[in-house]
Ligand binder design. Sequence first.
Ligand code: GLC
Length: 714
Amino acid sequence: METYRIDDDIKAFKYGNPIETGAVVKKGTKAHQENDFNIKFKKNKCNIAIKLLSNDMVYGLGNNLGEINKRGRIYESYCTDEPSHTEDKVKLYSAHNFFIVSGDVSRGYFIDFPTRIKYDVGYYDKNYFNIEIYGQDFYIYVIEGKDANEISNKFLKIIGKSYIPPKWAFGYFQSRWGYKNKHEVKKVYETFRKNEIPLEGIYLDLDYMDNFKDFSISEERFSGFKEFANDLKNDGLYLVPIIDAGVKVEEGYDVYDEGIAGNYFCKDKYGKPYEGVVWPGKVHFPDFMKEETQLWFGSKYKILTDCGIEGFWNDMNEPAIFYQDEALQNAVDYAQEKMGQNLDVFSYFQLKDNFTNLANSNSYYQSFYHEIDGQRFSNDEVHNLYGYYMTKSANLGICKLLEDKRFLLISRASSIGMHRYGGIWTGDNSSWWSHLEQNIKMMPSLNMCGFFYIGADTGGFGGHCNGELLTRWLQFSVFTPLLRNHTAIGSDNQEPYAFTEEVLNNSKSLIKARYRLLPYIYSEYMKAVNNYSLMFKPLSFEFKDNMSKEVEDQILLSNQLMIAPVCHSNHKGRYVYFPEKMLEVSFLDMNMITSIKEKGTQYIKYGLDDLKFFLRKNSMIPHIKSSKNSKELNQENLEVLAYVDDEAIYDLYDDDGKSYDFMKGKSFSTNIKIIRRNDDYEIKVDNNNISIKNIKFRIIDSNNNIKIKEITLS
Ligand code: GLC
């Protein structure tokens, strides 16, 4: 074991000879050996036990199920295609091994290790957090700090800044698996425009490809793709096509041929390209651990960028494997052997399980290999890096192709480190109320692990969504950086106009509200990333009272808002806990109805035709007039909603939204200060954003007195 010091509060313990995952960018220097924790090394594994005190909370673990407080549950880090997010599940698509144990003392831990880790967070014994690491070579980073919030900020600093998408990526996107051809896509676009619902782009699922082949476009269904994409783009509409991890095995298909010629694919135990089965049938998996493969695969996005595409969606990169030939053959052989027999329960279960357990079997991941610096590793040994390195490869390739232009890139699988290359969506959720609630809980956990460009499939991916669920979901998703309504093939239509007139009107107003709030959401995103702070926070990160620790379905958006969505059908409102006095805002109402809420729990009415949030005292948020897309947004007349008793300050960040010039300091700031002076307010604005000409203020105090003020900027 070796000890490294990153700074006064962060040290790293290195055990064995770990694979360098690239998760951490601030490595530190070798220091005096210090006491490590009590690690028990067993054959090929090791265990760590952390004592939990009765009031310790556990935060983090990113893309996983459960509560904001992770205590009392089992979790696993092993990227898995898990389409059914039921309560008994322990792992999802990503592996995010950062967590904080926070009580009287708080401490953060990051286990930098590329494959399976199991976490029993006080499940079997509530007094112990037991961690089982499936290997003996890893780093553990230990981060000290005064509380969980400070520890998160320190962790974000050592893993480096999140990926930054273009501003248009913060618009509203429609998606579905099953928009069969360009005419259907066009129809979606036209229906949005006809109904005057803002729309930034449409995701293209497998349907656009020729026979599920990566970097191909179906001539039959999407002929003239380039013109089609460009026509839409001229009207400010972006297409975001999917790319899968597996490359179809087919001689004569250029990507396959190049992969074979370049030796870019993962190998089986005989040294031949490994074959698994995904959408197109047999596929090979690019070995993203090799730099040559990264460069090659990244360069393939050119076929899309040449058509004017600037948004991409990497999928099935856990990687998901439906089956392996041999396993299917065994299942078939067993079935044939048992045909006509009188099966007892065990043989029947065996017969059934042989088929139902075909997908993503552990044995598949043990049977193909990567090359890292000339050394061979089974996928199982580096499993959690696959989606990360696919997305890194895409990012590096697209950066070259689009040069100074920012692009949208999301991935399904990830581990910490990938956050610097792309965002993620939370995977194949369902049109269930509980998944709306899960979405809320996951957002702060993802931020803690470095992921900021995040969102769930709004309305739910699997199953049939109804108008009420879609509306309630939008009431939350309008606050998440990635806002995409997406659903599976075979499910009912889920576009805002697919339900009743009432649903159409309500969702339209909500999507418009997203555009009204876009300057604020973009500003908070950029500030969070640049300042290494969280955009979404559990209440307990700000408020130290006991009740705030138990609230799981309300979160804070930066320093200004508390969001408390309705997550149950038929409810006309909900109980909301106010950790301090706040201003209740009905944002959709033209007159913006507001009222003061005292500290404590209260029932708040929340209709389907509303967007509610709670503004903290002495804070403000900017908003503008909505438009059909981000390109058309006009900031000339900025409005500010403020709740001020004493003094409030807001710094509205902005930049060109397109290039990386902001990294060279080319960004705008509108610093607004509102100071209470008896019955009036003094306003000071320090602004270098020439697109803002006028600011209209609606300032409310704790007696719900409203003052309207307006200033023109010189
Ligand atoms: C996976 C993705 C989903 C997509 C589907 C078809 O299940 O998670 O979003 O629609 O594949 O490509």
